[in-house]
Ligand binder design. Structure first.
Ligand code: ATP
Ligand code: MG
Length: 558
């Protein structure tokens, strides 16, 4: 499938080709650098697979590096979930698992290099004053009163900052670049701040922490990254990135390349919004199957292959655009259509009794598991007098073009016989409780009748044999957001869809499905693709999540 997509080289590959040709680099090393302050989502998957894919394509190296330089929001829980997600996606970082916090000492030394060169100084301005002094896009900034502080004094103060002599906010270390630069990021950015906080990795060892723009290029340089791929909002930071690696005299300086983020239309991706949904218990944790967190997608039944295909189809570009959820759904259908066995499950049951089938007798019929993939073989299903069918497959008074069961009409029972409806029973409220039919023994499907000309019937319906069907719970999911409303309101609230989760408690599935394993996926014929929920299923008692229905209006634009 992936081969069918015409692949043209993306702009990052072109840049790398050029670098290799010109000898700027003779190897390729990339990384995925998450901050462990939340769970990963589909956007991160793009970055992961892009970085990993490039390393693989060029026979290079890929690493996972936690950008853990800001202890406020970072947690070990997130470190663990991110590792799991990256591995699950298939981005193998082997033994290259790094933590930026492991380089705190090296970063401190690099800061000393800058101070000694007169390229950094200790400032006593408050955060607000730094902002005021920075100027605007049309006006240059003003010099920090400490800009001319002698090198020796800077060294002493910086050392004392590290030793914990000063409270948070008393001093910062600023890079001395250019207060008149048209690029605001170059107007003497703060590169170290005092923060008396416990870090998840280094504990209380440090009370000064490097700022992102200083730390990130050094992390890349220390590891030997060649191409540091990030998203567009960092384009304006690139001159600072280059300044840091140059002035710190890093050997083999890496280069930064920016690409456009992946946005999904009509979906909540913002970390803080997802966090709030989780905290307010509007969803069942970070892995709620309605979320596009990697953990949520995995629990919903998405496969790494489907996400890989999605990332491939969405392309790599320099300009922002949004992708459709329908494309992601297309990808999982594509992946599962040949891989998943197609079994019968009744989600909204009504009894079907075959009046002329001998009471107490049963037979076994063979059913093909997936007509598009012979390798999945066949299974045996029990057939007898009492079945369950979908309530919607019977109508007492059918509209035009309704080809399923109604009094007098004949349909095919999938893998079994033709049956003709002869009537129904109803309760006091007029609700149908049993549908009656008769079957024609001559119409048996399968090997016995293979190739035999049977009269034509227009409808085929699925069923399960009532006495041994397994009763299960099935969950149907819709968009978390109201389809016709915007995702976010002006006051920051979300337009949640009250129907995003429908739980069906009386569903009947083929008995073989009692043994379904967590994450195992199936097609329930005519109903969609489903997976066994990994959290709420118990051995012998699975709960199924609908991954996606079978219908789609999505087409790939060529
Ligand atoms: P924040 O920085 O606000 O906490 P983030 O989503 O940027 O959130 P990071 O942990 O910094 O989280 O992201 C790790 C990497 O994933 C970065 O290189 C970032 O550029 C990339 N990334 C984040 N969101 C997307 C996205 N929507 N599409 C592609 N790449 C993304
Ligand atoms: Mg970020």
């Amino acid at each position: 499938m992936a081969e069918q997509i015409e692949k043209s080289r993306n702009f990052i590959e072109n840049l790398i080709d050029k670098d290799l040709e010109e000898g700027v680099y003779n190897r390729v090393q990339t990384r995925f650098p998450p901050e462990p302050n939340g769970y990963l989502h589909i956007g991160h998957a793009k970055s992961i697979l892009l970085n990993y894919g490039l390393a693989k394509e060029y026979g290079g190296k890929f690493s996972l590096r936690f950008d853990d330089t800001n202890p406020t929001k970072e947690k070990v829980e997130f470190v663990d979930s991110i590792k799991e997600d990256v591995q699950w996606l298939g981005a193998d970082y082997e033994d290259r698992l790094f933590f930026a916090s492991d380089y705190f000492e090296a970063m401190y030394d690099y800061a000393l290099v800058l101070i000694r060169k007169g390229k950094a100084y200790v400032s006593s301005l408050t955060a607000e004053e730094v902002r005021e002094y920075r100027g605007t896009l049309t006006e240059p900034g003003k010099d920090d009163p400490d800009r001319g502080r002698p090198i020796e004094e800077n060294l002493r103060l910086f050392q004392e900052m590290r030793e914990g002599k000063y409270p948070d906010g008393a001093y910062t270390l600023r890079a001395k670049i250019d207060m008149a630069s048209p690029n605001m990021n170059m107007r003497d950015p703060v590169i170290y701040r005092i923060a008396h906080m416990t870090h998840h990795n280094t504990g209380d060892k440090w009370c000064i922490y490097p700022m992102y723009d200083f730390a990130h290029p050094l992390e890349d340089a220390v590891e030997g990254v060649t191409h540091s791929i990030c998203t567009l909002e960092f384009e304006d930071h690139r001159p600072l990135y280059d300044w840091v690696v140059r002035e710190c005299e890093c050997p083999n300086p890496p280069r930064q390349i920016e690409f456009a983020k992946l946005f999904l239309n009509h979906v909540v991706t913002g970390k803080r919004y997802i966090k709030r949904l989780v905290e307010e218990k509007k969803v069942d944790g970070w892995d709620d199957p309605r979320l596009v967190s990697i953990a949520g997608l995995r629990r919903r039944g998405y496969t790494p292959e489907s996400i890989q295909l999605f990332v491939e189809l969405s392309g790599v570009s320099k300009s922002n655009s949004t992708s459709e959820m329908e494309m992601l759904e297309y990808c999982i259908r594509e992946d599962l259509k040949k891989k998943a066995r197609r079994l019968m499950a009744i989600l909204d049951p009504v009894k079907l009794i075959i009046d002329n089938y001998p009471e107490g007798e049963t037979e076994t019929l063979s059913a093909v598991n997936n007509p598009e993939n012979e390798e999945l073989g066949e299974r045996q299903v029990t057939f007898g007098r009492e079945l369950y069918i979908e309530r919607e497959d019977f109508m007492e008074e059918p509209p035009k073009k309704y080809f399923r069961l109604y009094p007098g009409n004949e349909v095919r029972l999938m893998h079994a016989y033709y049956v003709k409806c002869v009537g129904c029973e109803k309760d006091d409220e007029g609700k149908v409780t049993v549908v009656h039919c008769t079957y024609d023994p001559e119409t048996k499907q399968g090997v016995e009748n293979a190739g035999k000309e049977l009269r034509k019937v227009k409808g085929t319906i699925h069923w399960v044999y009532a006495p041994d069907a397994k009763r299960v719970k099935v969950r149907l999911y819709e968009s978390l957001i109201e389809p016709e409303l915007p995702v976010y309101n002006e006051d920051g609230t979300l337009n949640l869809n009250p129907n995003s989760l429908v739980e069906l408690n009386e569903c009947y599935v083929e008995p073989a499905l009692s043994e379904a394993k967590p994450y195992e996926s199936f097609q329930f014929v005519r109903k969609g693709f489903f997976t066994t929920d990994c959290k709420d299923s118990k051995p012998g008692d699975p709960v199924f999540n609908r991954i996606v229905s079978l219908k789609s209006s999505f087409v790939i634009k060529k």
